[in-house]
Design a protein around this ligand. Structure first.
Ligand SMILES: Nc1ncnc2c1ncn2[C@@H]1O[C@H](COP(=O)(O)OP(=O)(O)OP(=O)(O)O)[C@@H](O)[C@H]1O
Ligand SMILES: [Mg+2]
Length: 239
């Protein structure tokens, strides 16, 4: 059975999709079979993988039988992914569970990219998840949202959350311009699994629709996250 992980944050624009895609690539580079499912109906995984023009069917089409599951799985940049349907209202948590049961035998990891907010999209993204990564940048607004998202996911039955602190700038943390790591952990109440530094390569990748090659140094924090998710020891800090 695949390990099924939802990536959420509450607040928008903090790096959920970046973490989802880069973690997926790090796991794939370690020989794992990975499928990304986009649960954001504004859709961004296809854009981040530079494959927006290839999309014909989304996972909603597969869930509702308008196409086969394989028809809605796309491959780009070494990763398999399914895009989000434009309208959540016609889909149920049972649709997601059925779809995931059908698709998971071919994969080691399924990563579910949740939308911003703690509403219907998050509920669908959690429907078949076993574990969550809660992404937060080290600032008060984001930390409060991450805390709410973790609580909401717990109430949806996803109790196994781990915190990913994204866009950490060590100098600013030292100078108290950003919250320090201990404060973020305390305020969210979620156990830390990764710290991702602010990285201009990631910012450029977000703008260009192409992530860098897996050998790039910018992957190191995601390689470590990939290891820690698998229970392999890897240091947290990467400067
Ligand atoms: N560690 C980082 N360093 C620099 N830029 C980053 C980092 N992480 C994410 N970004 C940039 O931040 C922006 C938002 O990232 P992303 O789209 O992954 O956020 P999101 O949480 O998925 O947003 P949404 O809530 O809209 O789905 C992108 O331009 C991305 O390239
Ligand atoms: Mg996103």
């Amino acid at each position: 059975m695949a390990r099924r992980i939802v990536i959420a944050s509450g607040k928008g624009g903090v790096g959920k999709t970046t973490v989802c895609v880069a973690l997926g690539k790090a796991l794939a580079a370690a020989g794992k079979k990975v499928l990304l499912l986009d649960f954001d109906n504004l859709r961004s995984i296809d854009l981040m993988l530079g494959a927006a023009g290839d999309v014909v069917f989304d996972w909603g089409d597969a869930a509702k039988g308008r196409c086969g599951v394989a028809d809605a799985v796309l491959e780009a940049d070494g990763l398999a992914f399914m895009t989000c349907p434009p309208d959540y209202d016609v889909l149920t948590n049972d649709d997601v569970k059925r779809l995931v049961r059908e698709v998971e035998p071919g994969y080691d990891f399924l990563l579910f990219d949740a939308p911003a907010g703690i509403g219907r999209g998050l509920s669908l993204a959690c429907a078949a998840a076993q574990k969550a990564l809660v992404v937060a940048t080290p600032d008060l607004v984001c930390v409060r949202a991450a805390c709410r998202a973790a609580e909401q996911m717990e109430s949806l039955g996803v109790r196994n959350s781990r915190l990913v602190i994204n866009r950490a700038v060590y100098r600013d943390i030292r100078r108290k311009k950003l919250l320090n790591i201990d404060d973020v952990i305390d305020e969210t109440g979620v156990q830390l699994i990764a710290i991702i530094p602010e990285d201009k390569n990631l910012r450029r990748a977000g703008m260009s629709g192409k992530l860098f090659a897996p050998r790039n140094l910018s992957y190191e924090p995601f390689r470590r996250l990939a290891k820690r998710i698998q229970g392999i020891q890897a240091p947290l800090w990467f400067v």
